[in-house]
Write a new protein. Sequence first.
Length: 242
Amino acid sequence: MAGGQGSRLRPLTLTRPKPMVEVLGRPVIDFVKDAMIDAGVDHLVVTTGYRGEQLSAHVAQWSHHSGMEARINQEATPMGTAGSVRLLLDELTATFIVGSGDSVASFDVQALLKAHKENGAKVTMALWEVEDPTEFGIVGLSEHHLGELDGDLREGFIRQFKEKPTSEEAFSNVINAGLYILEPEVLALVPEGEKFDFSKQLFPMVLEMGWPMYAQTINGVWFDVGHPFELIRAQHALIEGR
């Protein structure tokens, strides 16, 4: 997913889409691409919106240099995170991976795929542990499907979501890291032609339906580079070899 404007990163995003902002001389989206290649993905579609022509030229180079089949799918109008992926519904006929193209990420996607299959999940979400969860969407987990919430868990079945909780409302400190494994029937729930969001609309719907959703806290590197100071933190962490 690479359709956002990145308004909080202006002026860096006045002339380029947010996923093309560079960290250590590389576009942010390249870090996600590398994680996909490491997971054995050989077919990648980048959903684009704002200044998508720049991403089109860049993604074309991936196919040339890595041998991966890669292309873009340009939105005519903003469709939201889930709405943009729903445009590919006819192509996504088996288990597939969705990743945010505007985060610096390096971790074992194969471990997430393994957890997805072993737990019979319809959705599996990558999580990241933070000290202050009040700026993010937090996730509450249980050891069992439809079991009781346990705020100390770092892996388990998803039982609750909360967007940007207060300190008193925060029932965990693990957050949505923007990488998901989905079954096709989940994407089919997204209304055709409507702007629709994964975390705010689709996932709460799946949870309400009682379908199994799993989550696993990742080990590695993850930064949401939505703010300039996060870009700086990501640069420092990568230089230090975190």
